[in-house]
Design a protein around this ligand. Structure first.
Ligand code: C5P
Length: 193
């Protein structure tokens, strides 16, 4: 079975939690596409060359979840050649037999416009920043500033900006527990399977 679930949204909206749960529930493969951009960002050097030769070791870098890696990712993510270098891998992952869930910023709009299910996961910025702060610690006000800065950069770039696909289903997780958010996503997928 070829079946793609595209999950997009801003930083710390709950995409990762939902994607992992959906993958486990349906037995789909999962790709966190943010990790690709984070790996390119933290490796340093020429981001285009790095994106073209990205390998499994780069994706296992221990610092990938840090705030700095998120910022570095969003800076290299504006470069069209970086995005182009990562495109084929993401597309073939999405169409592998057995089903796939990909989460990111442009999955429903650019990587998999034909995805069987498209979800756009959002939450209020303060809530997202609080969740990220629980993960990374540090100064809460600075975490909020960085989350807002990264969203602004992701939404305003010319190539594949963060935005919902016209046929995406929105789920606002601000006032949902993770169990409720996961249940909402699973219900949408069940409807289309
Ligand atoms: O999802 P995550 O926070 O790990 O993504 C890090 C950054 O990578 C995002 O802020 C965004 O700039 C970039 N990204 C992207 N397209 C994707 C996934 C991530 O531009 N599909």
């Amino acid at each position: 079975m070829i079946f793609t679930v595209a999950i997009d949204g801003p930083a710390a909206a709950g995409k990762g939690t939902i994607s992992r749960a959906v993958a486990a529930r349906f037995g789909f493969a999962h790709l966190d596409t943010g990790a690709l951009y984070r790996a390119v960002g933290v490796k340093g050097g020429d981001p285009i060359a790095v994106a073209r030769s990205l390998n499994a070791t780069d994706l296992a870098h221990p610092g990938l979840r840090s705030l700095e890696a998120g910022q570095a990712a969003s800076r290299v993510a504006v470069i069209p050649e970086v995005r182009a270098a990562l495109l084929d891998f993401q597309r073939s992952f999405a169409r592998q037999p057995g089903g796939a869930v990909l989460d990111g910023r442009d999955i429903g709009t650019v990587i998999c416009p034909e995805a069987e299910v498209k979800l756009f996961i959002t939450a209020r910025p303060e809530i997202r920043a609080h969740r990220r702060w629980l993960e990374v610690g540090g100064d809460a006000a600075q975490v909020l500033t960085e989350v807002k800065e990264r969203d602004a950069r992701d939404m305003s770039r010319a190539d594949a900006p963060l935005k919902p696909a016209t046929d995406a289903i929105r789920i606002d997780t601000s006032d949902l527990s993770s169990e409720q958010a996961i249940a909402a996503a699973i219900a949408e997928i069940d409807r289309r399977l």
